[in-house]
Design a protein around this ligand. Sequence first.
Ligand SMILES: NC(=O)c1ccc[n+]([C@@H]2O[C@H](COP(=O)([O-])OP(=O)(O)OC[C@H]3O[C@@H](n4cnc5c(N)ncnc54)[C@H](OP(=O)(O)O)[C@@H]3O)[C@@H](O)[C@H]2O)c1
Length: 354
Amino acid sequence: MALALDDYRLLGRSGLRVSPLALGTATFGTEWGWGAERAEARQLFDRYVGLGGNLLDTADTYTEGSSERLLGEFVHEERERLVLATKYSTLRRPGDPNSGGGHRKALFGSVEGSLRRLGTDYLDLLYLHVWDFRTPVEEVLRGLDDLVRQGKVLYVAISNTPAWQVSRMQAIADLRGWSPLVALQVEYSLIERTAERDLIPMARELGLGVVPYSPLGGGVLSGKYGREDVGATGAGPDGSTRRSHNLALGTLTERSLGVAGVVRELAGEMGHTPAQVALAWTLRKPGVTSTLLGARTPAQLEDNLAALAVELTDTQLARLDAAGAIALGQPHDLLASEPIRQVTTGGLRIETRR
Ligand SMILES: NC(=O)c1ccc[n+]([C@@H]2O[C@H](COP(=O)([O-])OP(=O)(O)OC[C@H]3O[C@@H](n4cnc5c(N)ncnc54)[C@H](OP(=O)(O)O)[C@@H]3O)[C@@H](O)[C@H]2O)c1
């Protein structure tokens, strides 16, 4: 069934209602060399919010603070009905070892900066952006919970952290009565499916809504790149700004172009664009609550929003799944094997939660 931005869903184990597509704002501002100027960013915001979209995603570090500043300017009158999500932990001020990291000083400093730039008294959702391998997780969780109790943050969430650590953190939060993690932001697309091994099953089990980022692999799944772009330099096709970034991140490869080729073929048969089909695939995946859109121009946003209308049959979904398949590895392969399933289920049909 076709979806709309105002078909709100609950985010993880919370009562917070969010749109099935969120607006990523890492493209608000040009400081990183691949974003939108103020006027175009405003158009992206107005279009998304005008259609009933309510989940806006930013971070303290995006475009050196411009993303939060522009968003703060745009949300002004709509503040109450919007869900503002930001992130902390990746700030780096030269000479200040405490500017970044997961710890309490970085957390409180970052939140004050975000509140100021966003021009608001509270953040609806705050993510730990990247786990730092160092700060005791009790310190992270207690700091997040303190901010919730102070009313500066309403819900807390996590990104870029191994599944074993997130599940440990959720258990600690539950046992101590601290605010639970309600969302997991993770790179997830037809060309990056490793989250299916442990992160997504964990999120489903522990009540974290999955919010996929880079759902087009930085634009690769829009089908605009060809083999000539692998290893090329300079501006990409169709005014693309992210070719060199995608090459550096390893999302633009022979393998990902192969997957993008299958998406393009199916999209052609269905009368949709490849970007719409690739985004629709994420919307059909178990555990996904809201997929993060990345768009630099109004035309790209329009294209991406139309993913809500794409209906994939089981056969089409299976074709896409096969194109982007990865080995799950152990213990998943063993657990999925027929002899083990017979032994462990005792003949019952059970869901494998992949
Ligand atoms: N938690 C994290 O660590 C993390 C990491 C990354 C992103 N995020 C969040 O996720 C959001 C989305 O991530 P993303 O920007 O990587 O998403 P993406 O959708 O994979 O890539 C977006 C890029 O693809 C191109 N594009 C988008 N729509 C297109 C279309 N219809 N046709 C052709 N090209 C298109 C544009 O690049 P060109 O300029 O080249 O056209 C655009 O900048 C971000 O804004 C941010 O909020 C979070």
